[in-house]
Write a new protein. Sequence first.
Lengths: 162, 102
Amino acid sequence: MIVAGRSGEGVRLVLEAEEAMLLSELADQVDSVLLLGSGDDPAIDRLLPNAYPDDVEAADEFERYTRGSLVDGKRQAAQSVRDATDVSDGRDLVEIELDESQAWGWLTFLTDLRLILAERVGVTDDGGYTEDEERDDYLRAAYEWAGFVQGSMLEILDPMDA
Amino acid sequence: MTGILEATDVDLDVDLDRATREGVARSWRAIVWDDPVNLMSYVSYVFRSYFGYSREEAERLMLLVHTTGKAVVATGHREAMERHVQAMHGYGLQATVARAES
């Protein structure tokens, strides 16, 4: 993927069809993780953290009042990425223009994707990986790639020398 | 609520009472915790965009999170801190609400 530059207050992305398909598939999976929202899935704890780790009652109440809209917002972000990267019409390159608000949707989606992948591939507190042969190289590559894309978008949206 | 200009019959108990209430109202914190996933540039951009902090303040808070493991990003009413923490969760940051230590 190439983060091609500014588009007004937003950003312009150019993806190869294979990258778009990968992103679309990953976005669909993020949406599914959120849709299922299983309490058994440790990734959910990363996506929807406990706001009151020392107060069960307050934690439950916070969750009751916030979870619905948080899940909705994250699912909408994932769905918009999935739809924008749909390549069923057989193009070789996919060009996507995002305004500032849409770019935020992508940034938060990429964050949620990396939070899920980090849990799946066992990213440890020092940013390394656990030594587990069972873990999938494909997921690690996707994790690194999503971070690269997000970093590239931020360099355009928030240049350090501004 | 009585405005300052209407307080013609001020007595000490009422003033103390108000001071206590305001103290309680401000005694909550929104805390963001370090995690190994989020990019430093992203965390800083979130602090700047959401809270409206200057680039310097956003960088300072981000580095505090990164180096010490956490940072208090806002203090105030409990409801306001819960809104901030909900927003941080929306951005994918690890955040909690806590009563300020007196």
